[in-house]
Design a protein around this ligand. Structure first.
Ligand SMILES: C[S@@+](CC[C@H](N)C(=O)[O-])C[C@H]1O[C@@H](n2cnc3c(N)ncnc32)[C@H](O)[C@@H]1O
Length: 190
Protein backbone atom coordinates (compact mmCIF):
# COMPACT_ATOMS: atom_id res chain seq x y z
CA UNK A 1 0.00 0.00 0.00
CA UNK A 2 1.46 3.34 -1.01
CA UNK A 3 -0.81 5.45 1.18
CA UNK A 4 1.03 6.06 4.45
CA UNK A 5 -0.32 4.33 7.56
CA UNK A 6 -1.28 6.65 10.41
CA UNK A 7 1.97 6.41 12.39
CA UNK A 8 4.03 6.64 9.18
CA UNK A 9 2.15 9.80 8.27
CA UNK A 10 2.78 11.32 11.72
CA UNK A 11 6.51 10.73 11.22
CA UNK A 12 6.32 12.15 7.70
CA UNK A 13 4.78 15.35 9.10
CA UNK A 14 7.52 15.60 11.74
CA UNK A 15 10.17 15.22 9.02
CA UNK A 16 8.48 17.93 6.95
CA UNK A 17 8.39 20.43 9.82
CA UNK A 18 11.39 19.74 12.06
CA UNK A 19 14.89 20.94 11.17
CA UNK A 20 18.25 20.63 12.93
CA UNK A 21 18.46 22.96 15.91
CA UNK A 22 14.68 23.07 16.51
CA UNK A 23 12.98 22.84 19.91
CA UNK A 24 10.24 20.17 19.97
CA UNK A 25 8.01 18.28 22.43
CA UNK A 26 7.03 14.64 22.76
CA UNK A 27 3.95 15.02 24.97
CA UNK A 28 3.57 11.24 25.58
CA UNK A 29 6.97 9.54 25.51
CA UNK A 30 5.77 5.98 26.29
CA UNK A 31 8.48 3.59 25.14
CA UNK A 32 10.41 6.46 23.57
CA UNK A 33 10.13 5.65 19.87
CA UNK A 34 8.90 9.13 18.94
CA UNK A 35 11.31 10.78 21.38
CA UNK A 36 14.26 9.07 19.67
CA UNK A 37 12.89 9.98 16.24
CA UNK A 38 12.65 13.64 17.32
CA UNK A 39 16.11 13.63 18.95
CA UNK A 40 17.58 12.48 15.62
CA UNK A 41 15.67 15.17 13.69
CA UNK A 42 16.76 18.10 15.90
CA UNK A 43 20.41 17.03 16.00
CA UNK A 44 23.09 18.12 18.47
CA UNK A 45 22.00 21.78 18.57
CA UNK A 46 18.30 21.06 19.09
CA UNK A 47 16.26 20.14 22.15
CA UNK A 48 13.43 17.68 22.84
CA UNK A 49 11.18 17.95 25.89
CA UNK A 50 9.51 14.63 26.75
CA UNK A 51 6.55 14.22 29.12
CA UNK A 52 5.01 11.08 30.59
CA UNK A 53 3.26 10.43 33.90
CA UNK A 54 4.64 6.88 34.26
CA UNK A 55 8.02 6.07 35.77
CA UNK A 56 8.55 2.93 33.58
CA UNK A 57 8.02 5.04 30.46
CA UNK A 58 10.66 7.56 31.53
CA UNK A 59 13.05 4.73 32.46
CA UNK A 60 12.58 2.84 29.17
CA UNK A 61 12.96 6.05 27.17
CA UNK A 62 16.11 7.07 29.07
CA UNK A 63 17.65 3.68 28.20
CA UNK A 64 16.65 3.96 24.54
CA UNK A 65 18.10 7.47 24.20
CA UNK A 66 21.27 6.46 26.03
CA UNK A 67 21.81 3.43 23.75
CA UNK A 68 21.55 5.81 20.79
CA UNK A 69 23.84 8.47 22.31
CA UNK A 70 21.21 11.23 22.14
CA UNK A 71 20.15 11.54 25.79
CA UNK A 72 21.91 14.93 25.99
CA UNK A 73 19.41 16.37 23.47
CA UNK A 74 16.38 15.44 25.57
CA UNK A 75 14.85 16.70 28.84
CA UNK A 76 12.59 13.95 30.20
CA UNK A 77 9.93 14.92 32.73
CA UNK A 78 7.72 12.58 34.71
CA UNK A 79 4.92 15.13 34.63
CA UNK A 80 1.52 15.48 33.02
CA UNK A 81 1.66 17.28 29.67
CA UNK A 82 -0.98 19.77 30.77
CA UNK A 83 1.86 21.48 32.69
CA UNK A 84 4.12 21.96 29.66
CA UNK A 85 4.32 25.69 30.39
CA UNK A 86 5.87 25.12 33.82
CA UNK A 87 8.79 23.14 32.43
CA UNK A 88 9.90 24.95 29.26
CA UNK A 89 12.99 27.10 29.72
CA UNK A 90 12.14 30.79 29.27
CA UNK A 91 14.15 30.98 26.04
CA UNK A 92 12.14 28.05 24.60
CA UNK A 93 8.67 29.44 25.39
CA UNK A 94 6.68 30.17 22.21
CA UNK A 95 9.62 28.74 20.19
CA UNK A 96 8.39 25.15 19.79
CA UNK A 97 8.47 23.90 16.18
CA UNK A 98 6.53 20.65 16.69
CA UNK A 99 4.70 18.72 19.39
CA UNK A 100 3.48 15.15 19.06
CA UNK A 101 0.82 13.52 21.22
CA UNK A 102 0.53 9.75 20.75
CA UNK A 103 -2.53 9.34 22.97
CA UNK A 104 -3.89 6.37 24.90
CA UNK A 105 -2.06 3.90 27.14
CA UNK A 106 1.43 2.47 27.16
CA UNK A 107 1.37 -0.73 25.05
CA UNK A 108 1.92 -3.82 27.20
CA UNK A 109 1.33 -1.97 30.47
CA UNK A 110 -1.46 -0.76 32.79
CA UNK A 111 -4.33 0.18 30.45
CA UNK A 112 -6.00 2.24 33.18
CA UNK A 113 -3.20 4.82 32.95
CA UNK A 114 -4.40 6.49 29.79
CA UNK A 115 -4.61 10.02 28.49
CA UNK A 116 -7.97 11.75 29.07
CA UNK A 117 -9.79 14.61 27.43
CA UNK A 118 -9.57 17.11 30.26
CA UNK A 119 -5.79 17.13 30.61
CA UNK A 120 -5.23 16.44 26.91
CA UNK A 121 -7.21 19.53 25.86
CA UNK A 122 -5.32 21.69 28.37
CA UNK A 123 -2.07 20.27 26.98
CA UNK A 124 -3.12 20.88 23.36
CA UNK A 125 -3.74 24.52 24.23
CA UNK A 126 -0.40 24.82 26.01
CA UNK A 127 1.33 23.24 23.01
CA UNK A 128 -0.39 25.52 20.49
CA UNK A 129 0.39 28.62 22.56
CA UNK A 130 4.06 27.67 22.64
CA UNK A 131 4.31 26.83 18.92
CA UNK A 132 6.07 29.21 16.51
CA UNK A 133 4.24 30.47 13.46
CA UNK A 134 4.60 27.73 10.83
CA UNK A 135 5.00 25.00 13.44
CA UNK A 136 2.78 21.98 14.05
CA UNK A 137 0.95 20.10 16.80
CA UNK A 138 0.22 16.47 15.87
CA UNK A 139 -2.32 14.29 17.69
CA UNK A 140 -2.51 10.54 17.10
CA UNK A 141 -5.92 9.60 18.50
CA UNK A 142 -7.13 6.08 19.40
CA UNK A 143 -10.93 5.77 19.58
CA UNK A 144 -10.70 1.93 19.63
CA UNK A 145 -10.91 1.73 23.47
CA UNK A 146 -13.59 3.21 25.74
CA UNK A 147 -11.65 6.14 27.22
CA UNK A 148 -10.09 6.77 23.81
CA UNK A 149 -13.51 7.08 22.20
CA UNK A 150 -14.56 9.73 24.74
CA UNK A 151 -11.25 11.55 24.27
CA UNK A 152 -11.62 11.40 20.49
CA UNK A 153 -15.13 12.91 20.56
CA UNK A 154 -14.14 15.63 23.03
CA UNK A 155 -11.00 16.64 21.10
CA UNK A 156 -12.85 16.69 17.78
CA UNK A 157 -15.67 18.80 19.23
CA UNK A 158 -13.16 21.17 20.76
CA UNK A 159 -10.96 21.55 17.69
CA UNK A 160 -13.87 21.77 15.22
CA UNK A 161 -14.70 25.16 16.74
CA UNK A 162 -11.09 26.31 16.78
CA UNK A 163 -10.46 29.67 15.17
CA UNK A 164 -9.09 29.52 11.61
CA UNK A 165 -7.02 32.56 12.59
CA UNK A 166 -4.91 30.33 14.85
CA UNK A 167 -4.26 27.57 12.35
CA UNK A 168 -5.39 24.97 9.84
CA UNK A 169 -6.43 21.60 11.21
CA UNK A 170 -5.95 18.45 9.16
CA UNK A 171 -7.67 15.10 9.74
CA UNK A 172 -5.92 11.99 8.35
CA UNK A 173 -7.21 8.45 8.69
CA UNK A 174 -8.86 5.48 7.02
CA UNK A 175 -12.66 5.38 6.94
CA UNK A 176 -13.30 1.70 6.16
CA UNK A 177 -11.17 -0.08 8.79
CA UNK A 178 -12.82 -2.09 11.57
CA UNK A 179 -12.83 -1.31 15.31
CA UNK A 180 -12.51 2.48 15.23
CA UNK A 181 -8.95 2.79 13.93
CA UNK A 182 -6.53 5.52 15.04
CA UNK A 183 -6.38 8.78 13.14
CA UNK A 184 -4.44 12.04 13.14
CA UNK A 185 -5.47 15.61 13.81
CA UNK A 186 -2.68 18.08 13.04
CA UNK A 187 -2.77 21.81 13.73
CA UNK A 188 -0.48 23.92 11.53
CA UNK A 189 -0.09 27.22 13.36
CA UNK A 190 -0.48 30.40 11.29
C1 LIG B 1 0.48 5.44 23.31
S1 LIG B 1 1.60 5.75 24.62
C2 LIG B 1 2.86 6.70 23.82
C3 LIG B 1 3.73 5.90 22.87
C4 LIG B 1 5.05 6.58 22.58
N1 LIG B 1 4.90 7.80 21.83
C5 LIG B 1 6.09 5.68 21.93
O1 LIG B 1 6.69 6.09 20.93
O2 LIG B 1 6.34 4.59 22.46
C6 LIG B 1 0.77 6.95 25.59
C7 LIG B 1 1.56 7.42 26.81
O3 LIG B 1 0.90 8.56 27.37
C8 LIG B 1 1.19 8.57 28.74
N2 LIG B 1 0.29 9.50 29.44
C9 LIG B 1 -0.94 9.29 29.95
N3 LIG B 1 -1.44 10.41 30.51
C10 LIG B 1 -0.48 11.36 30.35
C11 LIG B 1 -0.39 12.74 30.72
N4 LIG B 1 -1.39 13.34 31.36
N5 LIG B 1 0.75 13.41 30.42
C12 LIG B 1 1.78 12.80 29.76
N6 LIG B 1 1.74 11.49 29.39
C13 LIG B 1 0.63 10.79 29.67
C14 LIG B 1 1.05 7.13 29.14
O4 LIG B 1 1.72 6.89 30.37
C15 LIG B 1 1.68 6.41 27.95
O5 LIG B 1 3.01 6.08 28.20
Amino acid sequence: MKIKKVLQYAKFLLEEFVCEGDIVIDATVGNGHDTLFLANLVGDKGKVYGFDVQEPAIKKTTERLNENNVLNRVTLLQKSHEFIDNYLKDEHKAKIKATIFNLGYLPGSDKTVTTNSESTIKAINAAINNTVSGGIVILVIYPGHAEGMIESEDIKNYLSDFSQDVGHILQYGFINQQNNPPYILAIEKK
